[in-house]
Design a protein around this ligand. Sequence first.
Ligand code: CA
Length: 230
Amino acid sequence: MRLLLVEDDVSLSAVVERGLREDGYAVDTAATVLDARFHLDVNEYDLAILDLGLPDGNGVDLCREIRRRGPHLPVLMLTARDALSDKVAGLDAGADDYLTKPFDYPELTARIRALLRRPAEAHQPVLEVGDVRLDPASRVVWRGAITVPLTAREFALLEFLLRHPGQVLSRERLLEHVWDANYDGMSNVVDVHIANLRRKLASPDGPDPLTTVRGAGYRIGSPPEAHPSP
Ligand code: CA
């Protein structure tokens, strides 16, 4: 289980990080919102712990951002004050639980265990763009009403694309997430797999769901509108 700890109190962060590592969790730490965004962009987490007050923003906004990013990532909010308004704001933003500082370490791990114990299905809704659907739990893919058999790698590639609908994903990013950061096989492996996905997802009734953006990468779904129409 990989956790992201966002806390600008360096000594508290170090103590919690050490404890969580000893308890067998993989932990990344961030001291700013910017730092947290970087980690969220490059890694997949099972849980995020967010401090409310950060030097360049706050945990409530970061929590909203995490919710907008898509698949459900459990969020535990840390609040320095025992103010009801902070808790309400945190829960409104989509936090799953909160803990008031100062807290005892066992209390923190009890909350973490409870959040991670929630049924995996609840965190894995069927991903859907247009008439392409993928169920991460049963590992089934459909185009319209037709099931589409995919290899494990094609499935992982489609899942990653569907988790970032409308975003152009570079070959490098796809390689890092779907293959291995140190993959050094064929340089066109992404293109080959995209071509296979296209072929398998092809439907006489609908357009090609995958878009090639020349010089940039691949996208599934429409890009988000830059400005809402008036
Ligand atoms: Ca703080």
